[in-house]
Design a protein around this ligand. Structure first.
Ligand SMILES: [Zn+2]
Length: 332
């Protein structure tokens, strides 16, 4: 048993309370390699933003859970080296799908876990979420739960259709589970293909897809039911067209990739939405950089030369999200 407190990490409780009061959202960036972690920590340290490092089940399989834990511990020390005296860094399990997985993360130094039982029937979702909460709270680890179903594909999480969260269920769910935050479905979606062309309209000038707007009426109804309760948005990459265009121009093939417009995420950040998950955008930034370097310099074979540029691209992206979309700069 390792406590996250020994590693210098923090849970989400205070982060979220401040974010709701302050009208901003905490960035939750997924990571699974060193360059990505360096970019996240540099961006957070330089902008003085609290940050949530997210590890999915797929990332644990890819990078090894022991290595990831020590990387997060190293991230705290790296942040201090960068001049961030009291880093506000949370290590969070993204989409935990069983009690055993969540327990193993709590025992292993995570400061926050998500139990995603949203695909189960309502009463089973409550029972499993409560079981995780009861265990995690003994160690002051915070728990995110999910109600409603997002569409899209993210690692092993996928669903063909979405179901908006039902506002009439949230009070009962939050009360009976004791969860610390709630991921809801209001039209965000996992992956780089959030909407089919049939769900979108097309901009007559550029020919680009324009996605349907988020269901802010559902968010408002949820906030009315649960005033001041921390809300989480998954699947909130905006799929920047400059990266998609760069990838496509350099031999890639991402037709009609489309995300959530940043103005809508900015608007959500000012509400009780206090955690916004961004994964696909950094994958796109990384891939755009690697394609660019290898296309422009076909003789290059030192991975540091293209992974280094990828790291720079991701750092820029993270800073942009923190400052211009989530508004969490200067809050840590
Ligand atoms: Zn998610």
């Amino acid at each position: 048993m390792v406590s996250y407190k020994e590693l210098g990490l923090v849970n989400t409780r205070e982060m979220f309370a401040k974010a709701i009061k302050g009208g901003y959202a905490i960035p939750a960036f997924n990571f699974n390699n060193m360059e990505q972690l360096q970019a996240i920590i540099k961006a957070a340290a330089e902008t003085k933003s609290p940050v949530i490092l997210q590890v999915s089940k797929g990332a644990r399989n890819y990078a090894n859970q022991t290595l990831l834990r020590y990387m997060a511990q190293g991230a705290v020390e790296y942040a201090k080296e960068l001049g961030w005296e009291k880093p506000q860094i949370c290590l969070h399990l993204d989409h935990g799908d069983s009690f055993e997985l969540c327990k193993s993360c709590v025992d292993f130094g995570f400061s926050s876990v998500m139990i995603d039982a949203s695909s189960l029937p309502y009463e089973e979702n409550i029972a499993l979420t409560k079981k995780v909460v009861d265990y995690a709270h003994q160690y002051d680890v915070t728990v995110e739960a999910e109600l409603g179903v997002l569409a899209g594909v993210e690692d092993e999480v996928s669903s063909a259709v979405s179901h908006y969260t039902k506002p009439e269920e949230v009070v009962d769910f939050a009360t009976r589970t004791g969860c610390d935050s709630l991921a809801i479905s209001i039209g965000t979606s996992h992956g780089a293909y959030k909407f089919t062309p049939e769900q979108c309209t097309r901009d007559p000038k550029t020919g680009k897809l324009v996605p349907p707007p988020l269901a802010f009426d559902v968010l408002d109804a949820i906030m009315e039911q649960l005033p001041g309760f921390p809300i989480v948005l998954h699947g909130s990459s905006s799929v920047p067209q400059e990266y998609v265009d760069m990838i496509n121009a350099m031999g890639g093939k991402l037709p009609d990739a489309v995300g959530i417009p940043e103005e809508q995420l900015r608007k959500a950040s000012k509400s009780a939405v206090c955690k916004i998950n961004i994964d696909s955008d950094s994958r796109l930034a990384f891939t755009a950089a690697v394609r660019k370097v290898l296309t422009e310099k076909p003789g290059e074979f030192d991975p540091r030369k293209y992974c280094g540029v990828a790291r720079d691209f991701m750092e820029e992206l993270y800073k942009h999200k923190i400052i211009n979309v989530l508004g969490s700069d200067g809050k840590a």
